[in-house]
Write a protein that binds this ligand. Structure first.
Ligand code: NAP
Length: 249
């Protein structure tokens, strides 16, 4: 049986990696999905890959006008939102000693402020039975060098989920986070100068993960589907960890 029949979903970062895998899965389960990202080329490619019941909206989650345009379009075309997945995210490796204010503002602007307003601006359209899924990171539980601002934004998401779970419970809307471990997506390549270095990081994360490998975007899509659908009807404010055990054992 389809788990998301008739549901309208927004997936920021739906043009790549974890967001794209979730968007695909949602459509397979009967949802109509709006995918959001900045690069039109990636949106076009993702739209073709998803194939049906998808609209690609070029928008920067750090730009409030873009978010207003996104939800204005959804309101005009569909009239409501049932599911918001905030997967758009950004990592720039830098030690605290070398971090600039521009680095700090960009990381918080996309990963924390962007998520906050992605959800705030969806609320007028959200229906009873809705679900918000914030893609955090297992790094919010760890102290990985050169990831200080990134980890802090992911901890902020964990906190948002707690507040929103309480604020939205009487509207029948649940809010949860997902904390992935290292997952094989382009975000890893973006942190290194060469493919070899990125593959070195993949090998390193595999070696320190109890299950002995990094995760696949499709595995995160299964976890996101659980949180987005009625399968998790008794869960709100939780952090679902899907990380091969790296933060848990
Ligand atoms: P990815 O493949 O690089 O996807 C990131 C997506 O976010 C892309 O679609 C990107 O599109 C979009 N995006 C980035 N900045 C944006 C902005 N300002 N406005 C709108 N869209 C934006 O990486 P991923 O691994 O799937 O990451 C998805 C989420 O999972 C992120 O929040 C990340 O922090 C989290 N996560 C990933 C891992 C991992 O190991 N992969 C682990 C833990 C948590 P554009 O660049 O075209 O905008």
């Amino acid at each position: 049986m389809s788990k998301l029949n008739g549901k309208i979903a927004v997936v920021t970062g739906g043009s790549s990696g974890i967001g794209l895998a979730a968007a695909k899965r949602f459509v397979e389960e009967g949802a109509y999905v709006f995918i959001v990202g900045r690069r039109q080329s990636e949106l076009d490619r993702a739209k073709t890959e998803i194939g049906k019941n998808v609209t690609a909206v070029q928008a920067d989650v750090a730009n409030l006008d873009d978010l207003d345009r996104l939800y204005g379009r959804i309101r005009d075309e569909k009239g409501a939102v049932d599911i918001v997945v905030a997967s758009a995210g950004f990592v720039e490796r830098v030690s605290t000693q070398d971090a600039t204010p521009a680095h700090f503002d960009k990381t918080f602007g996309i990963n924390a402020r962007g998520v906050y307003f992605t959800v705030q601006k969806a609320l007028p359209l959200m229906r009873k039975g809705g679900s918000v899924v914030l893609v955090s990171s297992g790094l919010h539980l760890k102290g990985l060098p050169e990831h200080g601002t990134y980890a802090a934004t992911k901890a902020a998401m964990r906190s948002f989920a707690r507040t929103w779970a309480m604020e939205l419970k009487d509207r029948g809307i649940r809010v949860n986070t997902l904390s992935p471990g290292a997952i094989d997506t382009p975000i890893i390549d973006g942190q290194f100068k060469t493919r070899e270095e990125a593959d070195g990081a993949r090998a390193f994360f595999s070696s320190i993960t109890p299950l002995g490998r990094i995760g696949r975007p499709e595995e995160m899509a299964s976890a996101i589907l659980f949180l987005a659908s009625d399968d998790s009807s008794y869960s709100t404010g939780i952090d679902l960890v899907a990380d091969g055990g790296i933060t848990q054992v």
